[in-house]
Design a protein around this ligand. Structure first.
Ligand code: A3P
Length: 293
């Protein structure tokens, strides 16, 4: 019998995936969403943790501060499709969340999202990040996380990223799928990593108006401060230092937190090739990104 290693990538209904994110498939597909759930949906490394923590503070920062002090973010905001022997599956954690709303994270491309989310008309928060910084961040994450396929060197990884041969598949397909969903499903809020960097307070205001939340000025100020990169980097409950599968000495989870770090990685030749490929793949898309702010 063929044994598939946890880190091995394979084609899963047309998308490159690995066991950790597909092993619990039937359970995940049968997930029972509730109308007041909030789904945080992103391509990996787009700013998921940043927005997850912001949402957690908006909903529970006042009422249960001990939650922020003692429960790691991956338990407060379970990763729906994640499953690995020896740790509780994301679906299991999500089912048992005691909070209302339940904040749930997924990296699934649109077509893989369990149908119950749509049936229950669940609110979705998407976070998008420009492809170049997203690729760089993903590369370093694959280096430090033992759960991800070996990235090889930067040039190899970048080529694979362009071809969609990374876990969760093509960045282009992923972002376009979620972007277009808004045309038929209004309960989606689109956020951009670059906008968050530019003005976190403004983006929190927009998020609150989507969610119907009205934090006081002091509360908002406190959240803006808490979710600042340096504070999150120091915070063991959100910096993933509790996660054994991540070697933060290879590359910290809270790595740089910048727009434009791609310039430190892309050669001129890589940049030209990437732009050419990008133009082709995004030619029918209205989705616009900023690669610098
Ligand atoms: P870098 O590797 O570019 O530093 P995700 O949570 O989706 O895995 O995304 C991780 C990326 O978001 C990392 O990017 C991380 O540093 C960045 N990030 C997390 N919190 C941030 C914050 N408060 N401000 C800026 N960037 C943040």
């Amino acid at each position: 019998m063929e044994v598939i290693h946890q880190r091995t990538m394979f084609d899963f209904h047309g998308v490159s995936m690995s066991k950790c994110f597909t092993d619990n498939w039937d359970e995940v597909q049968n997930f029972k969403a509730r109308p007041d759930d909030i789904l945080i949906a992103t391509y990996p490394k787009a700013g998921t943790t940043w927005v997850s923590y912001t949402l957690d503070l908006l909903y529970f920062g006042q009422t249960c501060p001990e939650r922020q002090a003692s429960i790691p973010i991956d338990e407060r905001v379970p990763f729906l499709e994640f499953s690995k022997p020896s740790v509780p599956a994301g679906k299991y954690l999500a089912d048992r969340l005691p909070t209302t709303p339940r904040l749930i994270k997924t990296h699934l491309p649109l077509q893989f999202v369990p149908k119950s989310f749509w049936e229950q008309n669940v609110r979705v928060v998407n976070v998008f990040r420009n492809a170049k910084d997203n690729a760089v961040s993903y590369y370093h994450f694959c280096r430090m996380s033992s759960g991800m396929p070996e990235p090889g060197d930067w040039n190899t990884f970048l080529q694979n990223f362009m071809e969609g041969k990374v876990v969760y598949g093509s960045w282009h397909d992923h972002v376009n799928g979620w972007w277009e969903k808004k045309q038929t499903y209004p309960k989606i809020h689109h956020m951009f990593y670059e906008d968050l960097i530019e003005d976190t307070g403004r983006e929190i205001d927009r998020l609150c108006s989507f969610l119907g939340l009205t934090p006081s000025a002091e509360e908002k100020e406190r959240i803006v401060n808490e979710v600042n990169f340096d504070n999150m980097k120091q915070n063991p409950m959100v910096n993933y230092s509790t996660m054994q599968s991540m070697d933060q000495k290879v590359s910290p989870f809270m790595r740089k937190g910048k727009v434009g770090d791609w310039k430190n990685h892309f050669t001129v030749a890589q940049d030209e090739k990437f732009d050419e490929d990008y133009k082709q793949k995004m030619k029918n898309s209205t989705l616009q990104f900023r690669s610098e702010v």
